[in-house]
Design a protein around this ligand. Structure first.
Ligand code: HEM
Length: 472
């Protein structure tokens, strides 16, 4: 009999209630500890749905401007035309879902196979090196996967897998294997994702299979099951929820992957049933382009390649240096940006308007027209002055003032119409990224000499902008 029970029994025998509590302090402490533990883990567990809800709210708020501007059709159309301001996300959604499902379809059986081999069959000395090699796949950066995909996977698909599916198995009649196979495609993206999510699924599955009690296997063996039946009927069902957890982790990896997929999927805003659908890259658009039914001449094609390779260099660097000078010359605007970093988006547009690094473009008049009372005849040559357009008093309030919060800012620095700058979104992103990082760290900044401008009347800006500064 314990001390406490003996004391209680004695108290009952003498008819007196015990003056001291019937349980020891150790027991009370243990019970309080248990309760605190139960409440805290219940609290942690309930954090999960709360976090999920918060994620939905944050994603919903982030998506709201797009949904408000384009309505629900943003999710149902795949028209992506920045010039006409039409944006539809259906193709991107479709691509994300199909490439991720394809990845899981390929990766799951492979990953489970690897895990079963490692946990059930592999000798102990082989288990660790193979497990380590599979886990190592998770540590390879996605850009390496992307490059490997371009140089190894795509030629392999084109040279072996596509002929196998089409010519040997004659599956080209199925819509998912129809059409030409150029290289970058949904299939390439799905396969690279499969390789990327395989280590996640396999690592989790291996651990849960190893956690299945030995008695489970021995019981099945005792009933006369073969090794395969033990795994199929006793081990895998026992570990099912853990394996599903691993697959979900793999799905998360596949859904969230950007770099490798961008390099291999082709980035064409169209929904195609075929997994070989030609993934158009900018370079392949140029290579396959026709004008009046004829392929582009070598000269035109090179002209386009050249502009793609060069258009984003001087334009963005001139905007950044010009923007920095504007901020040095307008310390009040710099201070405004420092106090309200959310203004960096409007500031980037204002910087581009202010600098207008592309000074002008020339156009040949193709049809007679009249603009603002001015008559234009076929063959006339026009100089479009972006500098002038971006200081137009009839469009901008106080156009000669640098206003980091200017809204609306209908500048024409990226051009207008069919030739609207292809890199406009990227250019704004680069400028925003620079100033968002720089301004909070800038203690002070001042000119350290006269700036030097490039000697170009086409694309121009600062060649040198000497400055002195101190970072916080
Ligand atoms: C602040 C930075 C930039 C400015 C101000 C700018 C401005 C322009 C302008 C004015 C045009 C000509 C529009 C026309 O002919 O009507 C143009 C075209 C073009 N830009 Fe940009 N650009 C910038 C950055 C970039 C970047 C970063 C890239 C690429 C990464 C890029 C790629 C192109 C291409 C490919 C075209 C030709 C589009 C066509 O002819 O269809 N630009 N840009």
């Amino acid at each position: 009999m314990t001390d406490v029970a003996a004391r209680d029994a004695q108290a009952a025998a003498t008819g007196r209630a015990s003056a001291r509590p019937s349980r020891s302090w150790t027991e009370i402490g243990t019970e309080i500890g248990d309760r605190v533990y139960t409440f805290s883990i219940a609290g942690f567990a309930s954090l999960v749905p709360i976090l999920l809800l918060l994620i939905f709210i944050v994603v919903g708020l982030g998506a709201w401007p797009a949904l408000r501007a384009f309505g629900i059709s943003f999710l149902t159309t795949s028209d992506w035309d920045p010039v006409a301001n039409h944006f539809g996300g259906a193709a991107a959604l479709y691509g994300t879902i199909v490439s991720s499902v394809l990845a899981l379809v390929v990766a799951t059986p492979l990953a489970i196979g690897v895990a079963v081999f490692l946990s059930e069959f592999a000798p102990a000395w082989l288990r660790q090196p193979i497990g380590f090699a599979v886990d190592l796949l998770a540590a390879v950066p996605s850009v390496i996967y992307g490059l490997w995909g371009i140089y190894v996977l795509i030629p392999f698909l084109r040279g072996f897998i596509v002929p196998l599916i089409r010519d040997t198995l004659h599956l080209g009649v199925l819509p998912i294997f129809s059409g030409p196979a150029y290289g970058a495609s949904m299939m390439a993206a799905g396969l690279i994702l499969a390789i990327m999510c395989l280590p996640y699924i396999s690592a989790v599955t291996r651990e849960v299979l190893l956690a299945v009690p030995r008695s489970q296997r021995e019981a099945a063996l005792a009933l006369g099951a073969t090794r395969w039946e033990v795994i199929r009927d006793a081990v895998i069902p026992y570990a099912r929820s853990g394996i599903i957890g691993g697959i979900m982790l793999g799905l998360g990896r596949a859904l969230g992957e950007t770099m490798a997929v961008t390099m291999l999927i082709g980035n064409r805003h169209e929904i195609a049933a075929s997994l070989f659908a030609p993934g158009y890259t900018m370079a392949s658009v140029i290579a396959n382009a026709t004008l009046h039914g004829e392929p582009l001449t070598m000269f035109d094609a090179f002209g386009y390649y050249l502009i793609i390779a060069t258009a984003g260099h001087d334009t963005t660097s001139f905007s950044m240096t010009g923007g920095l000078q504007a901020l040095i010359e307008h310390p009040d605007e710099l201070e405004r940006l420092r106090k309200d970093p959310s203004l960096v988006a409007t500031a980037a547009d204002e910087i581009i308007r202010w600098v207008s690094p592309v000074r002008h473009f020339l156009r040949n008049v193709a049809e007679p027209a009249e603009i603002a009372g001015q008559r234009f005849e076929v063959g006339d040559r026009l100089l479009l002055s972006y500098w002038s357009a971006n200081r137009d008093e009839s469009v901008f309030d106080d156009p000669f003032r640098f206003d980091a919060g200017r809204k609306p800012n209908r500048h024409l620095a990226f051009g207008f119409g069919a030739h609207y700058c292809l890199g406009a979104v990227l250019a704004k992103m680069e400028i925003r990224a620079l100033f968002a990082e720089l301004i909070p760290r800038l203690k002070w900044i001042e000119p350290a000499g006269p700036p030097e401008l490039s000697r170009s009347i086409f694309v121009g800006g600062h060649k040198h902008l000497p400055i002195r500064y101190e970072l916080v």
